[in-house]
Design a protein. Structure first.
Length: 425
């Protein structure tokens, strides 16, 4: 029962409580019989109950399949393509997965249906064992690994997946603005903990945005999520920073991650602080780790040009059009996110051998940092995965405007502008 949704709401099981419940349910049944002909209003579960039910949906693993009465086979890697293409099945394509649960013969155990799993233990479908041959039940293609997103409210409401919580998670907490080389070291430390589910806790917008001197973000939240997916993280917990959230004590914050997310490993940099007024630092966090039973890992700073790599240094480099330094700290060119921009054609820009070029412009709407006014050699990335070199102009007047020289009609497909180390023209 401990794996059931809303288990914590159950009282202690006793004879007295059983008698009380029997009387209560008898009354409910009687009322239902009286109102059987009356139209019924739909009953809506509370958000908390709904979140609990969603979080307790378990992945279909070999262990769970065995408990459900199925034999389990592993699909060998060499035969994966044949299996997915519906080729005839042979015993040599599979190997038996022995589970501790196999010894407990269930009354509803199936002698003919076999649950099939890929080598990473993800569910591949069902096959049926006949008298002389194997046949397909159904096939489940390999799911593309996605980085799941949870809000802080969902975590507080208990919506974190139960199977991940029981397995244990490896986490890192921070703003992760720009996802630079120092952040990548933190992510690498999480990925090395193969026994845990890796994820980060971050902010939708930097908490520094609440301060008056905030100069913008190095990356947008969309770019941050793409980085997490590309680097193998399983989930991101996003916090919409607010004055109310800032008052949470650091110890309480860490305990929530342990209780609600099953945190077993935490990786942070030397200067990490959290909680109200940043009261919890790495020294106090070490004591909390001992009390709460998780492993704490301290990751050294990345050094570039004699100083620590940081989002603020990258932000300053971009503003000063020092894209070479920004690229060294990011380990990739600085990319401006063009999602949501509305482009308008302006004057002609000339012709190439193949296409007529036009200047197109868009007003900046996001808080992402941009270089100083001027023209820059850039590489455009399109939705079609194509890219090409061109010129980008940044102009500040009554508002900030970006202008691109590109073939007519292509502007609506621009995803990102990569500012190369060539810098200002």
């Amino acid at each position: 029962l401990e794996d059931a949704a809303c288990y914590e709401s159950l009282g202690e099981f006793s004879i007295e409580r059983g008698i009380e419940n029997d009387r209560r349910f008898a009354g409910i049944r009687k009322n239902l019989e009286k109102s059987s002909d009356k139209p019924k209003s739909p009953v809506k579960d509370s958000d908390t109950v709904t979140a609990a039910i969603q979080s307790h949906l378990l992945s279909f693993t070999p262990s769970l399949a065995s408990l459900c009465g199925f034999k389990c086979d592993l699909l060998k890697k060499d035969y994966e393509k044949s299996y997915l293409n519906g080729r005839p099945l042979h015993g040599k394509m599979f190997s038996w997965i022995e589970r501790p649960e196999d010894g407990r013969k269930s009354e509803f155990a199936s002698d003919k249906e076999i649950a099939v799993f890929y080598e990473d233990s993800s569910f591949a479908g069902m096959i049926v064992k006949g008298d002389f041959r194997l046949s397909y039940g159904f096939v489940v293609p390999r799911a593309k690994k996605e980085c799941r997103l949870f809000t802080w409210k969902q975590i507080a409401d208990g919506a974190f997946p139960l199977d991940w919580k029981k397995q244990g998670t490896a986490l890192s907490v921070g703003s992760f603005d720009g996802m630079h080389s120092g952040h990548l070291d933190l992510v690498d430390s999480l990925m090395k903990k193969k026994e845990f589910v890796p994820g980060i806790v971050t902010f939708r917008s930097s908490y520094r945005a609440f301060k008056g001197d905030y100069e913008g973000e190095v990356s947008t939240f969309r770019q941050k999520m793409n980085f997490c997916s590309q680097n193998g993280l399983s989930f991101v917990i996003v916090i919409d920073f607010s004055p109310e959230f800032s008052k949470i004590e650091g110890t309480d914050f860490i305990k929530i991650l342990c209780d609600k997310c099953g945190m077993r490993f935490l990786s942070e940099g030397l200067d990490f602080t959290c909680g109200y007024k940043g009261a919890v630092d790495m020294e106090s966090l070490s004591k909390i780790a001992g009390d709460c039973g998780f492993e704490l890992c301290t990751v050294d700073d990345r050094i570039f040009d004699g100083s620590r790599v940081s989002s603020s240094r990258i932000r300053s480099s971009v503003q000063n059009a020092d894209f070479w330094s920004a690229q060294k700290m990011l380990l990739r060119p600085f990319a401006y996110d063009c999602s949501g921009l509305e482009w308008k054609d302006s004057e002609d820009g000339g012709e190439t051998d193949e296409k007529k070029l036009k200047w197109c412009s868009a007003s900046v709407k996001s808080n992402q940092v941009l270089p100083c006014d001027g023209q820059y050699d850039v590489v455009l990335s399109l939705e079609t995965q194509e890219s090409f070199r061109t010129i980008c102009s940044v102009e500040r007047g009554s508002g900030t405007e970006i202008r691109l020289l590109m073939p007519s009609g292509e502007n609506r497909r621009v995803e990102e502008i990569f500012f190369t180390s060539a810098g200002k023209r």
